[in-house]
Design a protein around this ligand. Structure first.
Ligand SMILES: [Fe+2]
Length: 350
C-alpha cells in the first residue's frame, strides 16, 4: 500500500485555489496531531513514492507530498507566507534553488550528516540547499554520423564544422541558463556572448522542446549533436515502444572538457523552508535522503548519479562510462544567471 499522501498542485486559477485551500486546512490539522513532513516537490517520478514509504517505515513520520511544477510551487510557498504548511522544497537545478534562496525561502541547516556525505561542490555553502542527485549536461551525438574523436569541449561546439548540426533547448529553460551562467563564471560575459553566437550559428533549427526532443532530433538524423542531460537518454532504454527504445543505442554520450575542468554538472535537490512547521522531522528527512537506500532510489529511479560514495550506478547509466566533473561548485551558477540570460538574448538564442 502506498502510505504517502500524494496531492498534485494544479497551479493557479479558481478551481485550483479552492482545492489548494482545502488541502491546506487538512495538512495543518494533521501536523498538530501526527509526526509528519510536508514536502513540496517538482519531481514527478513514480519511483519516488517508494523512497517516501521507506522513510515512513523507518521513522514513523508520514510524508505529505504536494507535487507541482517548480515555479508555481515556489510562488505558492511565497503566497502562503508564514502560514505555509510546507517543510521542504525539492526541485531540480542549482540555478532554480539559488533563485528560491534569493527570495528568502530557505533556512540554513547545520547538519554534520549532510555536510559530510554531500561533496561541497554539490550544495550551498551556507546550508540553505543541498544536492541529492547529480546530473551531467553532456554532448550527445548520432553514432552513425559522428566519430566521438571529433568532439572535445563545450567551447568547441561553436566550431564551423558543426554548422547546421546542433540542437539544444531554449534559453528560457533553466538548464540552458545554468550552463551559460557556468561559462560566464569561467570566461566572462563577452566571451560567453561570443560562444552563444557561435552556438546559434550552428543550430540545426530554432530551439524547441525539452531534452528528449533534442535527443530525438539526433536519433532521427535531423541533427548530429545535442546538448542534454544523460538521464533522458538512459530513460529511453526502458521505453516499451521499440522505436523509442532503439534511441538509447543510436545516440552516444560524450563527456566534454575531460582534459580540462571537467563536465558541467547540476543537481536535483532541496532545502528546509524558513517557515517549516515540522523542522525536526524535515531535517531527519533531508538526512535520510543521503542514506544508502534513499540514494539508491533517488538516483537510480531517474537514471541520475548518486551524490554519496559507494552506490552502484544503474547499469544503463554505467554504460556511458566514467567521467570527470567540474567541481567549482553548483552554488556559483546563481550569481551569473541574470548576465547569462542577457547574453543568450543578445546572441539571439531563442
Ligand atoms: Fe530534467
Amino acid at each position: 500500500m502506498n502510505k504517502v499522501s500524494r496531492r498534485v498542485f494544479l497551479g493557479t486559477g479558481t478551481a485550483a485555489v479552492a482545492i489548494a485551500a482545502s488541502q491546506f486546512g487538512r495538512i495543518n490539522s494533521a501536523t498538530a496531531r501526527d509526526k509528519v513532513v510536508n514536502l513540496y516537490s517538482s519531481r514527478h517520478y513514480n519511483t519516488d513514492s517508494r523512497l517516501y514509504d521507506n522513510f515512513t517505515s523507518q521513522t514513523g513520520i508520514k510524508v505529505n507530498l504536494i507535487e507541482g511544477e517548480a515555479d508555481p510551487l515556489i510562488e505558492r510557498i511565497k503566497s502562503e507566507g508564514r502560514n505555509s504548511p510546507a517543510d521542504i522544497l525539492l526541485t531540480v537545478d542549482a540555478g532554480r534553488l539559488w533563485r528560491a534562496d534569493q527570495e528568502g525561502l530557505f533556512a540554513p541547516v547545520n547538519s554534520q550528516v549532510l555536510q559530510q556525505k554531500i561533496p561541497a561542490y554539490l550544495r550551498d555553502p551556507e546550508g540553505h540547499w543541498f544536492g541529492f542527485s547529480k546530473r551531467v549536461r553532456v554532448i550527445m551525438y548520432g553514432k552513425e554520423r559522428v566519430d566521438p574523436s571529433q568532439l572535445s569541449t563545450y567551447e568547441d561546439l561553436v566550431n564551423a564544422k558543426w554548422k547546421g548540426k546542433l540542437v539544444t533547448r531554449s534559453s528560457t529553460n533553466i538548464y540552458s541558463q545554468s550552463l551559460s551562467s557556468w561559462l560566464v563564471g569561467i570566461h566572462g560575459e563577452a566571451e560567453t556572448e561570443k560562444w552563444c553566437r557561435g552556438l546559434v550559428a550552428n543550430f540545426a533549427r530554432q530551439p524547441e522542446g525539452n531534452d528528449k526532443a533534442q535527443i530525438e532530433a539526433v536519433a532521427a538524423g535531423m541533427a548530429d549533436l545535442a546538448i542534454a542531460n544523460t538521464y533522458y537518454l538512459a530513460n529511453y532504454a526502458r521505453d516499451k515502444d521499440p522505436a523509442k527504445k532503439a534511441i538509447y543505442d543510436r545516440v552516444g554520450v560524450f563527456f566534454p572538457n575531460q582534459n580540462g575542468r571537467g563536465a558541467h554538472v547540476n543537481i536535483s535537490g532541496g532545502g528546509l523552508l524558513k517557515t517549516a512547521p515540522n523542522q525536526e522531522a524535515a531535517i531527519q528527512f533531508l538526512e535520510y535522503l543521503v542514506s544508502s537506500p534513499a540514494q539508491d532510489f533517488f538516483a537510480r529511479g531517474n537514471d541520475e548519479y548518486p551524490v554519496i560514495e559507494g552506490i552502484a550506478l544503474e547499469p544503463l547509466v554505467a554504460k556511458f562510462g566514467s567521467y570527470k566533473s567540474d567541481v567549482s561548485g553548483v552554488a556559483t551558477y546563481g550569481a551569473n544567471l541574470a548576465k547569462a540570460v542577457q547574453v543568450m538574448n543578445r546572441a539571439g538564442w531563442k
